[in-house]
Design a protein. Structure first.
Length: 765
């Protein structure tokens, strides 16, 4: 079998490979010089916020915060390629549907508002005025506003998101499915229960003081490369980095910092993880419970021997609720259960617990490897429990750090993109704008899909994103979109969701983060975003817009709003013309934004106060609250194991050359895969047990058994350092296998990291 697509893994993450890749990206986008100039303004006080990820920006920014994947994100947006009306005239929508995500977005930036013409099966250009009028007409004609779904992808600025939620609520619904429902929803829910705030409690500076950093279910080398810089500095200082990840991710092993000239010239690198543990998929709650068990046992031994306490008794007494119940739950959990479910040995877990015990200050970070499981909320509560034991929250160098995905997904929630909005926020809106706010909770992503499938939803508006590809059961969702009365996509580049037109369908092209947004008087408009550390800062593009026909997201929302609800409650045009006015409204309705316009213009912006980081607990008990849930009865890997080698637990993750559904290239350098995305990573022993070889082709078959047949066809096997019984492959190609019916408890997040499948050989002669 030809397995040439499997090649050498990078020796370390970053390094010259990263620089080479940047050059290639800038060349591919057709803008090597202007692109480099654009990069110099990324994450600088007077520049734009990098659309890449939500990691924080340093106080004393070096010449620029280098990040290979930031370069890709910027080059992708600042490309010179254009998807013009001529492009749409050349291709029917059915033809375009045959392209891969990669091929489709390679056509570049959208230039004109487009309307679907069913007779010719093509998108034709349309005027903004006509588009707004027709959209407004259809929305006004629905029986109830609850028949429309308003999706948000987390790149939208605070200003766009606030205006959007205001319009939708004036229109009369809380249907706000958003990417966060598929992402960090569980983190918000678990943290609100545990500490009263749904956001991380640390600042970037805390990474300079931590003695130990636990990184659970996250691949920062690819998805938050600037975080690697902070982990590297911590490792060099002697802080211990403990990783929990079923597969060995290069960036967590070794990193060569392109910003460090000496390291680069010597060809050296820095070891990141001092302890790298490979749990089974979904085994983290058991692993963390095991560490807690080891800590409690150590406390008992210390007490018996008259040694200093291991637990932070002052914190537990003064600040915590339900510690006793937790202790009982930990005692009731046996090591046998812990080992079986986590896939780790007691000895390994005790080594990790040792690092915790010997560290004065500990930070714990996590991302999708934790949140996209059935029992994510319980797992994050367990992480919080574990951190409470030694008071690792609300003091320098310590705390909880869910590492967010999209660059403004946290801010979007802050300013009201929430299908279950808090009452006090609705009260504030009602009082300030004087209209009757809808109180009934709306649809999240899965509920919106349900409503589309059962016919109760008739319209879909997408503020960015790629709904049809990012959601589970993509084949079903595609069909559901096409049955709607109206689909509208506000976007920068063509994607597959646009090719699932409803009866009436529009693509509305908007300015990107890197582009100048000038108002009628020619004044440049700022937007703002909030990062994972709750820093809110300004962002102003510097590039000329990709086309003179583009409007800002804010202007597009204002146009739709005006045509739908008129200007009786809000003067949309006035707000669109001057973002300062939108920010005044945010300041008037959301706590923490005092002097918004002024503070936003300070170099690093301002911090939104986080009560938990001051040890103020806005929970039902008024304290930091322990949970005492039992471990899940069975995790996906335990279920898969019962299939005796025929079932596998599949996780879907990101390659190094993609941004969610946007594919920049076909390589995954850190994992040694080149020119191919249809791959399945598998343990060599499992490969052998199947009588298969590297490069063999297989079909991946869903084993959810709800009457729907799910097959992802023609994937190639790649032997990899991954636990037996677990396999991994890329999102979104594998989304056809993620069942709509499998979602996290309480979070309702699709379980994209625990999919039950089998592998079927293909006749490849
Ligand atoms: N370049 C780039 N940057 C991005 C993105 C991108 O696509 N490209 N996406 C952005 C978005 S929206 C998000 S949410 C973040 C995503 O950032 P990540 O959460 O890092 O994204 P994934 O690629 O899904 O990686 C999940 C990691 O968790 C591990 N994992 C899977 N299951 C388990 C488990 O059960 N236990 C443990 N301990 N680990 C597990 C996987 O092996 C993998 O290393 O990145 C953001 N930044
Ligand atoms: N199987 C599986 N599924 C997953 C995941 C997984 O790990 N596995 N991860 C989930 C996660 S964490 C997330 S966050 C979601 C992501 O879901 P989405 O946020 O819906 O998807 P993206 O791929 O980020 O959206 C890309 C599109 O956004 C548009 N876009 C880019 N920039 C802009 C802009 O500035 N403005 C506007 N208006 N549009 C813009 C472009 O047209 C581009 O095609 O996917 C989820 N789905
Ligand atoms: Mo995400």
């Amino acid at each position: 079998m030809d397995s040439k697509f499997i090649g050498k893994k990078s020796a370390a993450a970053g390094g010259w490979g990263a620089l080479k890749s940047c050059g290639k990206q800038l060349l591919q986008s057709g803008m090597p010089i202007s692109g480099a100039r654009t990069m110099l303004k990324a994450n600088q006080p007077d520049g734009f916020d990098c659309p890449g990820c939500a990691w924080g920006d340093p106080e004393h920014g070096s010449s620029f915060e280098f990040c290979e994947n930031g370069v890709k994100a910027v080059a992708w947006e600042a490309t010179e390629k254009r998807a013009t009306p001529a492009f749409f005239a050349k291709n029917t929508v059915s033809e375009l549907r045959r392209l891969t995500d990669y091929e489709l977005e390679l056509n570049g930036r959208l230039t004109h508002p487009m309307r679907y013409d069913a007779a010719s099966d093509r998108y034709l250009s349309v005027s903004w005025h006509d588009a707004f009028t027709e959209i407004g007409g259809i929305l006004k004609g629905l029986d109830t506003p609850n028949r429309a779904e308003f999706y948000t992808s987390g790149r939208a600025s605070n200003e766009a998101a606030f205006l959007y939620q205001l319009f939708v609520r004036v229109y009369g619904t809380n249907n706000f499915p958003d990417c966060s429902n598929m992402c960090h929803e569980a983190s918000g829910i678990a943290m609100r229960q545990a500490v009263g705030v749904g956001k991380g409690t640390v600042l970037l500076e805390d990474f300079e003081e931590a003695d130990a950093i636990f990184v659970i279910g996250q691949n920062p080398g690819t998805n938050h490369p600037r975080m690697l810089g902070d982990l590297r500095r911590a490792a060099i200082r002697g802080a211990r980095v403990v990783v929990f990840n079923p597969i060995r991710e290069r960036g967590l092993e070794r990193f060569s910092d392109p910003q460090d000239k000496i390291e680069m010239l010597r060809g050296g690198s820095t070891d990141i993880a001092s302890l790298y543990l490979q749990p089974q998929l979904g085994g983290d709650m058991a692993a963390v419970r095991g560490m807690a068990k080891a800590v409690l046992a150590r406390e008992d031994r210390a007490a018996a021997a008259g040694q200093p306490a291991v637990l932070d008794h002052a914190f537990l007494t003064e600040h915590c609720a339900d510690f006793q119940a937790y202790q009982t739950a930990v005692e009731a959990t046996s090591w046998a259960e812990i080992e079986d479910q986590s896939g780790l040995s007691r000895e390994e877990i005790e080594r990790a617990a040792d690092v915790y015990i010997n560290a004065e200050r500990v930070i714990c970070t996590w991302a999708m490897g934790v949140t996209q499981h059935l029992h994510s909320v319980a797992t994050i509560r367990e992480i919080a429990n574990f951190m409470f034991l030694r008071g690792n929250i609300g003091r320098p160098g310590a705390g909880l750090c869910p590492v967010r995905g999209h660059s403004n997904v946290q801010g979007d929630r802050t300013v009201g993109i929430n299908e279950k909005p808090p009452e006090d926020f609705l009260d504030a809106l009602e009082k300030h704008f004087r209209f009757t706010v809808p109180r009934e909770h709306g649809h999240n992503v899965l509920a919106a899909i349900g409503a589309m499938l059962d016919g109760s939803a008739e319209a879909f508006i997408g503020l960015g994103g790629n709904f049809a590809r990012a959601t589970p059961d993509s084949a079903l969702v595609e069909r559901a979109l096409r049955r709607l009365k109206l689909t509208v996509h506000i976007a920068t580049k063509p994607n597959h969701s646009h090719l699932m037109p409803g009866e009436t369908a529009f693509i509305l092209p908007c300015l990107g983060r890197t582009e100048m947004d000038l108002n009628a008087a020619g004044n440049s408009q700022l937007v703002s975003v909030e990062d994972s550390m709750s820093m809110v800062h300004g962002s102003a593009g510097i590039n000329r817009p990709a086309s003179p026909h583009l409007l800002s997201e804010v202007a597009i929302i204002a146009g739709i709003a005006q045509a739908t609800v008129g200007s009786a409650v809000v003067d949309w045009a006035e707000l669109a013309d001057d973002h300062d006015r939108i920010r005044d409204h945010i300041e008037a309705t959301i706590p923490g934004f005092e002097n918004y316009n002024k503070r936003l213009r300070k170099p690093r912006g301002f911090h939104l106060r986080n009560a938990a980081s001051h040890r103020e607990w806005d929970t039902s008990a008024g304290k930091a609250s322990f949970s005492s849930e039992a471990l899940p009865e069975e995790t996906v890997h335990q279920r898969a194991r019962k299939g005796e080698g025929r079932r596998f637990a599949l996780q879907t993750f990101r390659s190094h050359d993609q941004y969610n559904t946007t594919i920049y290239g076909l390589d995954d350098r850190y994992r040694g895969v080149y020119g191919e995305r249809q791959v399945i990573f598998i343990h060599p022993a499992d490969l052998k047990a199947m009588n298969a070889e590297a490069g063999d082709r297989i079909d991946v078959v869903g084993e959810h058994h709800d009457g729907i047949e799910r097959i992802a066809g023609n994937f190639r096997l790649v032997p990899y350092d991954i636990p037996r019984g677990s396999i991994a492959g890329y999102y979104p190609e594998l989304n056809v296998l993620v069942p709509l019916g499998s979602a996290g408890k309480e979070s309702d997040t699709p379980t994209s990291k625990s999919i039950m499948v089998s592998l079927r050989g293909r006749n490849t002669a």
